[in-house]
Design a protein around this ligand. Structure first.
Ligand code: NAD
Length: 288
């Protein structure tokens, strides 16, 4: 008989975290007479950002976190964007700042990330916050990488120490910080990326993974029959295929081999937003 993997329910876990945050925000309001505030800065319009922006507002407002969206013209210069960020850095009512990606090509996102105050950098894109992860001292973690760790931590029977993990994808917002978070927990961690794929070595690495985390943005890149028997599979990918959202892992077949697997949608996505809200509350506390 084929055993189907248990689903790692990101929605339920996010609801639990947000319940705690709701209580946190209400006690902070009593203590400090104000609420944490999140400001999202959007330069120009991008349809891909709209869903995320809506979700930021909805989640913030449901938790009693103030939310404001600052829309800047697509032609805003890099120096004017830096000035706008600096104003938010100096505004004591603002707890967290996001500069919504993608931004227009004449602006360098990597330079911009250096101008967000590390204490308000709720996506952990500032080099200081990134660097703290190396030392295992980060107070604010990149949201999606943190969401993956939350999902792993939600498995009671899992002892991470000495486990073998494979992370597929080495982006600055997901794969790289996640690899460090896993290493900090003494997980033996391999990171694969496009060059691993190009030399045809991806199946060999994936087959060894007790914990597999895939963040590539390529629909069904990881085939179900590559999955190690009993593996824990976290699928970060979001891909639109024929009007449906699918992940980077061939879900139906992977579910037959894994012990735990995240659905897409409903896995990492809802938790990422919960982690963002957690970071706003954490940033507020750090600023007191
Ligand atoms: P990215 O485009 O910055 O990086 C993609 C990574 O995948 C790179 O490291 C690249 O080398 C690797 N890659 C691409 N093709 C490959 C192949 N054939 N074999 C092996 N590696 C390959 O992506 P990102 O920003 O990290 O996002 C990855 C995916 O995760 C996207 O689908 C994105 O939408 C999704 N995402 C989801 C959430 C969430 O909350 N669920 C958050 C962030 C990103």
């Amino acid at each position: 008989m084929i055993m189907a993997a248990k689903l790692l329910d990101g929605k339920a876990l996010a609801a639990k975290i947000k319940k705690g945050l709701l209580a946190d925000v209400s006690s902070l309001r009593i203590r400090y007479k104000r609420s944490p505030k999140l400001v999202s800065v959007q330069v120009g319009e991008d349809p891909a950002s709209e869903i995320y922006l809506k979700s930021q507002r909805k989640n913030a407002e449901a938790l009693g976190i103030e939310y404001s969206l600052e829309k800047l013209d697509a032609k805003t210069s890099q120096s004017d964007l830096i000035k706008a960020i600096d104003k938010l850095n100096k505004d004591a009512s603002v707890s967290g700042i996001i500069v919504q990606m993608p931004i227009p090509q004449h602006i360098d996102g990597k330079i911009i990330s250096r101008y967000i105050s590390p204490l308000k950098d709720i996506e952990a894109v500032h080099p200081q916050n990134m660097g703290e992860i190396v030392f295992g001292k980060a107070k604010i973690l990149p949201c999606t990488a943190a969401a993956c760790m939350e999902l792993l931590n939600s498995i009671d029977s899992l002892d991470l120490y000495g486990k073998e993990a494979v992370v597929v994808g080495h982006s600055e917002i997901v794969g790289k910080p996640l690899a460090l978070l896993l290493l900090n927990k003494f997980v033996t961690t391999t990171v694969c990326h496009i060059a691993t794929g190009e030399r045809g070595a991806l199946p060999d690495f994936v087959k060894k993974a007790e914990i597999l985390i895939v963040a590539c943005g390529k629909a069904c890149l990881v085939k179900g029959d590559w999955i190690k028997e009993g593996a824990i599979v976290i699928d970060v990918g979001i891909n639109r295929v024929e009007g449906k959202i699918v992940g980077d892992v061939e879900f139906d077949k992977a579910q037959e081999k894994a012990s735990y697997i995240t659905p897409v949608p409903g896995g990492v996505g809802p938790l990422t937003v919960a982690m963002l809200m957690k970071n706003v509350v954490e940033a507020f506390k750090l600023q007191q």
